[in-house]
Design a protein around this ligand. Structure first.
Ligand code: HSE
Length: 330
């Protein structure tokens, strides 16, 4: 990752901040569904909602402050040395030699933390996109990816890119390689809907990563990479049946599903209602289903939420197409 950051440095030729002191910008960055069942750490896509908002203002004192965080129930640090948004933005400013800049950040969380929907990624990407835009830096947004990965490393102990890359680029993304970083945007069938249900139980990504097996058997690896190749082929071929039958995970889901109330029951209900596929979003506890239409997606979220209410677990739901745009200035 350091290599990628060094490369960014040599690419930089950044103009002074737009408008000077007082200039401000508000940016939205989307939630993401990572892994997409079989692609642990290598596949992810962005959705239209939920997402986070960052308001960034230029100040006259070099350094970053965080004046406000809302929607986090007091869980996120206001200390700029400990918050993933400010730390990522500071890394970016350091890399382009602009430590003279002063910034104040407001972070408005519009999605649950520890939900498996790329909450920290959405915040970090919104912050990085805001500073890039404020500086008038029109270079490829891909240059921001290593900094966003730094934020992930800080948030959960591992700098995976399967949330930050789709949050940054939009669409469906494959992390072909981490060393060196090689990110591939994938096509997807138009009209594929995603039904997301977040059961209100806490599953911190850091812990959900620790329980995964460290070693796997060759026969399991063969099954898994067959499914990943099938899913990617289905995306290219617009073959929703192939996408559905490829979305199977025999490595991570059997372990992580234990952290999600009635995971297999919810899968059964979603599939009976016509889901193309069903699985854990990121490290959970959110679950998601692909569907061929919006009505089916709505029926699934309704049914799963009713079920969760019945077992005394609160929930939120979202229905979305795949978001091909990524972050946007509000
Ligand atoms: N690939 C990551 C994981 C996504 O499954 O741990 C969650 O951030």
């Amino acid at each position: 990752m350091e290599d990628n950051i060094q490369k960014t440095k040599s690419l930089s030729a950044i103009s002074p901040p737009l408008g000077g002191r007082g200039a401000s910008l508000s940016v939205f960055a989307p939630a993401t569904v990572a892994n997409v069942v079989c692609g642990f750490d290598v596949l992810g896509f962005a959705v239209n909602e939920p997402g986070d908002e960052v308001i960034m203002r230029v100040t006259n004192k070099p350094g970053i402050t965080i004046s406000k965080i809302t929607g986090d129930d007091g869980r996120l640090p206001l200390d700029p040395a400990k918050n993933t948004v400010s730390v990522s933005v500071q890394h970016y400013l350091n890399s382009i030699g602009r430590t003279d800049i002063g910034l104040d950040i407001e972070l408005h969380k519009k999605m649950p933390i520890g939900s498996g929907l790329g909450s920290s990624s959405a915040s970090t990407v919104a912050g990085l996109f805001a500073i890039k835009t404020l500086l008038g830096d029109d270079a490829d947004p891909a240059k921001l990816l290593p900094f966003a990965m730094k934020g992930e490393e800080m948030a959960c102990g591992h700098g995976h890119a399967d949330n930050v890359a789709p949050a940054l680029f939009g669409g469906f993304v494959l992390i072909r390689s981490y060393e060196p970083l090689d990110v591939v945007r994938l096509p997807h069938p138009a009209g594929l809907y995603c039904a997301i249900v977040f059961p209100d139980v806490d599953v911190p990504t850091r812990e959900a990563r620790q329980i995964i097996r460290k070693n796997i058997q060759m026969k399991d690896a063969v099954t898994q990479w067959g499914n990943i190749a099938g899913l990617v082929s289905g995306l290219f071929m617009n073959d929703i049946d192939l996408i559905g039958r490829s979305m199977k995970d025999i490595l991570v889901e059997p372990v992580r599903s234990m952290l999600i109330p009635d995971f297999y029951k919810m899968r059964e209900m979603a599939m009976e209602l016509g889901a193309v596929s069903f699985g854990i979003s990121g490290s959970g506890p959110s679950v998601f289903a692909f569907t061929r239409d919006e009505d089916t997606a709505n029926r699934i979220t309704q049914k799963l939420q009713q079920h969760l209410t019945g077992i005394h677990i609160g929930s939120n739901s979202y229905v979305s197409t795949i978001n091909d745009k990524g972050p946007r200035v509000l």
